[in-house]
Design a protein around this ligand. Structure first.
Ligand SMILES: Nc1ncnc2c1ncn2[C@@H]1O[C@H](COP(=O)(O)OP(=O)(O)OP(=O)(O)O)[C@@H](O)[C@H]1O
Ligand SMILES: [Mg+2]
Length: 311
């Protein structure tokens, strides 16, 4: 695998205040690489520096220090940018164009001929599942979720090699989120590298191969989702679900198991053991109470643990 996005020591100070004398460090020595074909999640609380990073990579703002390359080219290389896609955090579109006209216009900017761009707009609007009856409506009449879909469509109009998405799920209803998740997953299927910012942990867990967790302009954690889960302190707690026995009947029997939580579960009980080494013994207890095992699995610490932990 080769790095598609390579970021070295990227730093950004915003100058604020009336005289622009005060500096706010939004990004502090960020170094990171993203491999070809990955879906990379860029995670962090509000104000962590995610959008700033994307804007720097898109060359919309300039770094105070550091450098970055995309597809092996410096981010200052304009031709390279034609091979990228970008969904801004708050996409601003031409209000009076219809969805179809807007996408045709985007396709034109990328050099598509007249017939091709009509076809391309149709393809994209279908792909992002915008209802056909809205294709010829002006964008100013669109809801947030509909605009988000148009934004996604424009971000892949040129079939980019790498696409940068800033909060792609923002404003979408649950069905929309599922559809956009599928769309992003399908991009990977086509070999597109995806770099997406979000603070929605479940999207990262479902979609991403690797993720970085940002805090106040710095990377706190980076790794595969599996590695991040481990770092979150995947405890050795185990969850057993059993049937044929009531939780009330088990509570007493498990009183000698330290730190064990027994709760009722449909048709049986859920037993959370403090240590995986207790599984055999616990199973014997369940059987002695005429219960049967339905499932046993480790209790996964959520990424939220890393997200909120302040190290
Ligand atoms: N144009 C600007 N001028 C001054 N400060 C800015 C500017 N843009 C961002 N900042 C500051 O930089 C920091 C990082 O902001 P950024 O927008 O990159 O965060 P973010 O991780 O994208 O947050 P969110 O999840 O809310 O979108 C914040 O402290 C923010 O106040
Ligand atoms: Mg942001």
């Amino acid at each position: 695998m080769s790095a598609i996005v390579e970021i070295e020591n990227l730093t950004k100070d915003y100058e604020v205040g009336f005289w622009r004398k005060r500096k706010v460090r939004a990004l502090d020595g960020l170094s990171l690489s993203v491999e070809r074909g990955e879906i990379f999640g860029f995670l962090g609380a509000n104000g962590a520096g995610k959008t700033t990073t994307l804007k720097l990579l898109m060359r919309l703002i300039y770094p105070t220090a550091g450098r970055a390359t995309i597809l092996g080219r410096d981010i200052g290389d304009i031709q390279m940018h034609a091979r990228l896609g970008y969904l801004p955090e708050n996409p601003y579109f031409y209000d009076y164009l219809t969805a179809r006209e807007f996408l045709e216009y985007c396709a034109e900017l990328f050099g598509y001929g007249k017939r091709e761009r009509t076809e391309r707009a149709r393809e994209l609007l279908t792909l992002v599942r915008l209802e056909e009856k809205s294709w010829d409506k002006q964008l100013r009449k669109f809801s947030k979720g509909m605009l988000q879909r148009v934004g996604l469509a424009q971000s892949i109009v040129n079939d980019p090699e790498v696409v940068f998405l800033d909060e792609p799920m923002s404003g979408l209803d649950p069905v929309g989120r599922r559809e956009v998740r599928d769309l992003i997953a399908s991009l990977r299927g086509r070999g597109t590298t995806v770099f997406m910012c979000t603070h929605i942990l479940s999207d990262i867990e479902v979609l991403c191969d690797r993720a970085a967790i940002m805090k106040r302009g710095r990377i706190r954690h980076v790794g595969t989702i599996e590695e991040l889960h481990k770092r979150a302190g995947e405890s050795s707690r185990m969850e057993m679900v059993v049937a044929g026995v009531e939780a009330d009947n088990l509570v007493q029997k498990f009183s000698s198991f330290k730190g064990t939580i027994v709760t009722s579960h449909s048709g049986g009980a859920r037993i959370e053991l403090a240590d995986e080494r207790e599984v055999d013994e616990a199973l014997a207890v369940v059987r002695s109470a005429c219960g049967r095992l339905i499932s046993v699995q480790p209790v996964r610490q959520s990424l939220e643990e890393l997200f909120v932990r302040d190290e």
